[in-house]
Design a protein around this ligand. Structure first.
Ligand code: C2E
Ligand code: MG
Ligand code: MG
Ligand code: MG
Length: 288
């Protein structure tokens, strides 16, 4: 890293910015290519009933293995796709893919799909969602779109209009990463959400941390008082799981219950009683 001091400020040589710029340009051109070649992938992570561990739904998570650049996590390419506007195509692609996939399941489980802040600025989004749901044949109530608080506050009036139009379709809305934004409570009061996803950072700190314990309990109670369902993200350990069931969290999601995987690894979950009972039993065990 080459830096240059000018008074109290640190000035970066433009070569570093060039490098970042070139990287982003290559990334977005490769991402565009990946969509055209249909080489983006969707992995599916179970969302389970907290008491029975029964799988109720799956969250769709994008995966990208670029032939040149290797595995690139969504935390890296989504922000670039947002900057370049490519996110609208990516978002449409993943929504269509996930809805088609879920519509093909024998068992009518739920399907969660993440929305970007950029998509939540597009007044045409409800129409797009309606078209995709209709074309896929998915029952609208099985679809849950995950939005973050931060995505809503940029233009609250417009986001509000978009969310309420989506809800009129019968599609559900979840508040993702709850508790990490600047005005979580105000957002809850103002936006029509169906459930809260407690951010994984609180769950990670839960055991032995009084603050995290108090916050998670309060969010669970708040959800119940508001008649919202509540799910905890990032559940990895038995202790975390026990705390969450003891405190009446409705659902849980995390490596303890299942990793995000290609759907064929959960085939017997979505096609129960289909043929191979033994594989079904094995899958159920490994998901627990
Ligand atoms: P998110 O929606 O909050 O998704 C949860 C993230 O936590 C996922 O990371 C998931 O793999 C990870 N995770 C699940 N269980 C555990 C656990 O027990 N421990 C830990 N440490 N992590 C766990 P991933 O797949 O890398 O995605 C990161 C973020 O990228 C997502 O956060 C979401 O904001 C975004 N993203 C992923 N797919 C899409 C997409 O299709 N569209 C949009 N707009 N954003 C997406
Ligand atoms: Mg999510
Ligand atoms: Mg989250
Ligand atoms: Mg997140």
């Amino acid at each position: 890293r080459v830096k240059q001091s000018g008074g109290n400020d640190t000035v970066f040589y433009s070569s570093e910015m060039d490098e970042e710029y070139r990287f982003k340009r290559q990334l977005s051109s490769n991402l565009r290519q990946a969509m055209e070649n249909d080489t983006l992938e969707v992995h599916y992570q179970p969302q389970c009933h907290a008491d029975s561990h029964e799988i109720m739904a799956f969250e769709a998570l994008l995966r990208w293995n670029d032939p040149q650049m290797g595995n690139i996590p969504p935390s890296r390419f989504i922000p670039v796709a947002e900057e370049t506007g490519l996110i609208n195509q990516v978002g449409e692609w993943v929504l269509r893919k996930a809805c088609q996939e879920a519509a093909s399941w024998r068992k009518p489980l739920g399907i969660g799909v993440n929305l970007s802040a950029v998509q939540l600025q597009d007044l045409e989004l409800p129409n797009l969602v309606r078209r995709i749901v209709e074309q896929s044949g998915l029952e609208p109530k099985r679809l849950e779109l995950e939005v973050t608080e931060t995505a809503l506050i940029h233009n609250p009036a417009r986001s509000m209009k978009i969310l309420s139009d989506i809800k009129k379709l019968g599609v559900r809305i979840a508040m993702d990463d709850f508790g990490t934004g600047y005005s979580s409570l105000a957002t809850l009061q103002n936006f029509p959400v169906d459930r809260i996803k407690i951010d994984q950072s609180f769950i990670a700190k839960l055991i032995g941390n009084d603050q995290a314990v108090a916050i998670v309990r309060a969010v669970i109670n708040l959800s119940h008082d508001l008649n919202l369902s509540v799910i905890a993200e990032g559940v990895e350990t038995d202790d975390q799981a026990r705390f969450l069931t003891d405190n009446d969290c409705n659902e849980v999601q995390g490596y303890k219950y299942g990793y995000p995987r290609p759907i064929n690894e959960y085939w017997h979950v979505v096609h129960p009683n289909s043929n191979d009972q033994d594989i079904a039993a094995d899958l159920a065990k490994s998901a627990n």
